[in-house]
Design a protein around this ligand. Structure first.
Ligand code: SF4
Ligand code: SF4
Length: 322
């Protein structure tokens, strides 16, 4: 087994004189739970149909109370699992939209066909929620290999349904973005070129339209890291991430203006730190320990996995960073 040449993420930042401080929280990412109708092999949250962790009403209420005091957070990015399966999802979306903030729903598409979710797409359109939908490839075999048999066809059917509601159509104001992540252990290709390929293929083959493609690097953690370990590829992948450290991407890493809330109401610098349980400033902190999001200190807890955000063109929940 090759041993990768190790350097710490902090050393890499220092080498380029980069600060590791949160400037201001603009985006709040909320994980509503681990329950999901799928069980994808790369899922860093380790979600699946058997997971029962779900954000409770008291946590939703506390989150909304804090958000109502906060003007600078302009976007709430709701994720999971499949967040739509949480019984308080619609209440959370409705109240936040009432505050005039943007809401993003990280939707796996197939959930729109689950029992009880028949009107979820209409609900999202009615609230003008932005959708970011997972679609790791425009080819059936690659999607089914990563996300499960039959997922591609269902995803295309869901995209058509969203298009019929106006999502992804010019002038509708309903944003539909797709998220790509590599099927193999490599960095994502250039985002703009890949977006053009996706748009051409999906339009020609299926009549599907969308707004933007986000390319996202697979993080070397949890389920994906175990898969790499099993295949003897983990060291090569870590080396790839480190060798491609890009200071321009590091300067814009998403944790500089994002805060992540777990289904239990714990606070983290990002979704990845959340699943690794690396709390803010390495001290456990919850929604009940603060009176305002501004109270939170600006230091960011980083580790080796952070090289996944800064390799090549960089990676964030909104795609490439440069
Ligand atoms: S759909 Fe998303 S949350 Fe669900 S298992 Fe797949 S990657 Fe994880
Ligand atoms: S993994 Fe999280 S803490 Fe590390 S650089 Fe990425 S966003 Fe920041």
């Amino acid at each position: 087994m090759t041993i990768y040449e190790k350097q710490s993420f902090e050393q890499a930042l220092c080498r380029y004189n980069l600060q590791n401080r949160r400037k201001r929280i603009r985006i709040l990412q909320v994980n509503m739970g681990k329950r999901c109708n799928q069980g994808c092999q790369h899922c860093h949250v380790e979600s699946g149909p058997k997971r029962s962790e779900n954000m409770k009403k008291a946590t939703v209420d506390r989150l909304l109370e804090l958000l109502s005091r906060e003007r600078k957070i302009h976007t709430v990015d709701i994720t999971g699992g499949a967040p739509e399966l949480n019984p308080y999802f619609r209440n959370l979306v409705t109240v936040i939209r009432g505050m005039g903030k943007e809401v993003i729903d990280r939707c796996n598409l197939t959930v729109l066909f689950e029992k009880g979710q028949e009107d979820t797409a209409e609900f999202l359109a009615g609230k003008q929620v932005r959708i970011v939908a997972s679609m790791p490839c425009y080819l059936k075999d690659n999607v089914d290999r990563q996300r499960g048999s039959g997922v591609f066809e269902k995803s295309i059917a869901a995209l058509k349904m969203l298009n019929s509601l106006g999502y992804g159509r010019k002038g509708s104001g309903l944003m539909l973005n797709l998220a790509y992540n590599p099927v193999e252990a490599h960095l994502p290709p250039e985002q703009t070129a890949l977006e053009m390929d996706y748009k051409m293929h999906l339009k020609t083959e299926y009549g599907v339209e969308f707004n933007q493609l986000f390319t996202i690097t697979n993080m070397p953690i949890t389920r994906y890291a175990r898969m790499l370990e099993r295949d003897g590829k983990i060291n090569a992948y870590m080396q790839l991430l480190m060798d491609n450290f890009n200071p321009r991407a590091a300067a814009g890493k998403m944790c500089n203006e994002l805060l992540s809330v777990s289904w239990e109401g714990r606070l983290y610098d990002c979704d990845f730190n959340q699943v690794l349980d690396i709390p803010l400033n390495r001290q456990p902190c919850t929604l009940w320990d603060i009176e305002r999001f501004d109270d939170i200190e600006s230091g960011i807890a980083v580790g080796d996995h952070c090289f996944g955000c800064t390799a090549g063109a960089g990676s964030s929940c909104s795609g490439a960073l440069i």
